[in-house]
Design a protein around this ligand. Structure first.
Ligand code: SF4
Length: 311
């Protein structure tokens, strides 16, 4: 089976490419994610010809944000942005990207941004490469290494990666029918993550007669944006109770009660999400339902990534 591809800052793979000759290996990416996903590494600073080791770069607020080497005064802003354009052909094959936090090249948010006059910094910048990567690929799921230590953010990122990979596959033959199918399979995920988007996107897809590229591009940006909002326990509970309704006619009273109790215990924080999900998946094998079986909510990614155990 062909592995889906996710881009990653090289130093997170353990490559010794940082300014000081070190790395920032991410155990989760290297040991866990790579079992299912092909990680494609990029180091923008090395990519623009900077040596290892090298003097540090910092972001400075001029009329526009600039990446400057304070030691030499060299400005590498346009080189770093152009590097993102140069690797776009490879980025087109990716379903997500893990960026190295705090870097003036790769950082996704809260990168130190200096006032060149006072030398004071605020955590308000975005790495130059990361900013161009995002501008070129507004729907591409992005995440930072540090945030991946949070089980909720980690699960959310991997879920988005798998949904986006389905989208890329579907885009190869974009028709209204294909788009409706994609949307259908996303429904419960959307309901869990963003109820307003669930309603709004459903209406938009239903009303559109002919699907063109412009519509599709905006649609997937909005889907990925909606899914990036963490799903609350309350919203998961709503979705689980919604699913429970599909088994009304199949389950005897005691089994319905048992499922209800388990969902409520999840809601109250007594049980993890996996408890009601496991029981629902068991019932689904016993009483197959085409609509539910197609829902990515129930199996968004390979189980052995164990991403829902801590939720
Ligand atoms: S943060 Fe980005 S530019 Fe810096 S070493 Fe890592 S990959 Fe290279």
């Amino acid at each position: 089976m062909v592995k889906l591809k996710v881009g990653i800052s090289s130093c997170l793979m353990g490559d010794e490419v940082r300014f000081d000759g070190g790395h920032k290996k991410s155990a989760f990416c290297v040991d866990e994610l790579s079992r299912h996903i092909q990680l494609v590494r990029f180091c923008p600073e090395v990519g623009i010809g900077m040596p290892v080791p090298r003097p540090t770069i910092r972001l400075e607020q001029h009329s526009r944000v600039q990446a400057v080497v304070p030691k030499t005064g060299q400005n590498v802003t346009s080189e770093l942005a152009s590097f993102a354009d140069k690797v776009q052909v490879k980025v087109d094959e990716l379903s997500g990207y893990v960026l190295c936090a705090k870097s003036p090249s790769c950082g996704m948010e809260r990168v130190k941004l200096y006032d060149p006059e006072t030398g004071h910094a605020q955590k308000a910048g975005m790495g130059i490469f990361a900013a161009r990567l995002k501008a070129n690929n507004p729907a591409l799921p992005l995440e930072e290494d540090g945030r991946l230590n949070d089980p909720h953010l980690r699960e959310n990122f991997v879920m988005r990666v798998y949904v986006f990979s389905q989208w890329k596959e579907m885009m190869q033959k974009l028709t209204k029918h294909q788009l409706l199918q994609f949307h259908q399979r996303c429904k419960l995920l959307l309901l869990a993550h963003n109820q307003q988007s669930y309603r709004e996107l459903g209406k938009r897809v239903g009303e559109k007669e002919v699907i063109d590229e412009k519509f599709a591009e905006q649609y997937i940006v909005d889907v990925m944006d909606a899914l990036s909002k963490p799903a609350s326990r309350k919203n998961h509970t709503n979705v689980l109770q919604h699913i429970q309704g599909y088994f009304k006619a199949d389950l005897a009273h005691e089994r319905r009660e048992e499922l209800s109790d388990i969902i409520l215990q999840y809601h109250d924080g007594i049980l993890p999400l996996m408890s009601p999900l496991t029981l629902i998946r068991h019932y689904l094998r016993e009483f197959p339902k085409e609509y539910l079986e197609g829902q990515w909510y129930l199996t968004p990614y390979p189980d052995d990534l164990k991403l829902r155990y801590g939720l």
